[in-house]
Write a protein of this length. Structure first.
Length: 367
């Protein structure tokens, strides 16, 4: 059966209620990586047939994909353990992304642990691979695949732990600064400068150092790899630091200036009470079942219900689920601007969470 297709990519399955989605372009990248690894494998596996070499390369590429998935699942498991349920796992060209649903109470230190869980999973896989190679040597082709995957996981762990956005290490650094200072913007700024430092180190190690030390021009593969690694870091740092005209405008955005009042009610609250709360000035009523946020109700939502007995119907029965993209913990700057833009595609409201509480809702302009 072929994987289900969505605008985000192919849905491979579900883990803990969250879709696992892979971008179609990732399949092409896998073929390109396999093609680039084949000569190395053929040299290392001298004496084996071409099909055996192809099998070793295919196993290595598939294992790398599984390692990336394990990385994202570790993020999801850590978030779930700390009170924030994952709702989507996405596998991209050079890694992945885990999207979480809203949490009733969330602190920056939890972001530190959730961010570092991914690199920790890859470090554990590296250690397991080293132990397996040290204790029992499998046949040549499987041994090559295991050796390659062991070092792939070490590379994933080290690279993702670098203190640069949008890498895990950058998110952990930003959250740690916020936890200590209470200033989310300062944390992201420091992590963005960390990203520029990482780019400088990449340029020195892969380009400038070989050129200055021995007059050796970097090969095309090194240049392409350096650009592909540095580009997302540079783009994120550029946005966070507000180095462009649009970014400077976004840097002045404060969602708190646009936020309207919200109220939180238990799921069993009748709609008559919900309507009174809206009439008293709340722009949005958030519906909770204990610590879990079920959804939201606004005036437009009540009007869409039509004829209903508001004394018998409950908020939990009629509320609309609040997508993960309709919730943000960032109130200012480019990140807040991107959150508002993303929320506009899925909801009439962007809910602002500060210090673990729902502090307001910003109208997105969506209908």
């Amino acid at each position: 059966m072929s994987p289900q297709s969505t605008p985000r990519g192919w849905v491979l399955g579900r883990v803990g209620g969250a879709d696992v989605v892979v971008q179609p372009a990732s399949a092409l990248l896998g073929l390109l990586i396999a093609g680039s690894w084949y000569p190395l494998a053929a040299d290392a596996l001298t004496g084996l047939s071409a099909p055996a070499v192809v099998g070793a390369v295919a196993a290595t590429v598939a294992g790398a994909a599984v390692s990336i998935l394990a990385h994202e699942l570790a993020h999801g498991a850590a978030g779930a353990a700390l009170g924030r349920r994952p709702v989507l796992y996405e596998l991209h060209l050079w890694g992945g992304r885990t999207t979480f649903g809203p949490a009733a109470a969330w602190r920056p230190w939890k972001d530190v642990l959730t961010s570092l869980a991914g690199p920790a999973a890859n470090l554990a896989l590296w250690a397991a691979g080293r132990a397996a190679l040290d204790t029992a040597l499998p046949p040549l082709a499987p041994a090559f695949a295991l050796w390659a995957l062991t070092w792939v996981n070490l590379a994933l762990a080290v690279f993702n732990a670098l203190p640069a956005l949008p890498l895990d290490g950058g998110h952990a650094l930003a959250a740690a600064v916020e936890q200590v200072t209470g200033r989310a913007r300062l944390g992201r700024t420091i992590a963005a400068w960390g990203g520029l430092a990482v780019i400088a180190a990449i340029a020195w190690q892969w380009i400038a150092r070989p050129l200055l030390a021995s007059g050796r021009r970097p090969d095309s593969f090194s240049l392409i790899l350096a650009v592909m690694v540095a580009w997302p870091i540079a783009a994120t740092s550029w946005r966070v630091l507000g180095l462009g005209r649009g970014e400077r405008a976004a840097a002045r955005l404060d969602l708190r200036d646009l936020a309207r009042p919200v109220a939180v009610v238990p799921s069993r609250t009748d709609l008559e009470r919900v309507r009174r709360i809206l009439d008293e000035g709340a722009a949005l009523v958030l519906v909770a079942d204990g610590p879990a946020l079920l959804g939201a109700i606004d005036d437009a939502g009540l009007a869409e219900l039509g004829a209903v007995d508001e004394r018998r119907a409950t908020a939990g029965q009629v509320c609309l689920a609040l997508p993960a993209r309709a919730v943000t913990t960032t109130a200012t700057g480019p990140e807040a601007a991107r959150a508002l833009k993303a929320a506009r595609t899925v909801s009439r409201w962007l809910v602002l969470v500060e210090d673990g509480r729902m502090s307001g809702a910003v109208p997105t302009g969506a209908r």
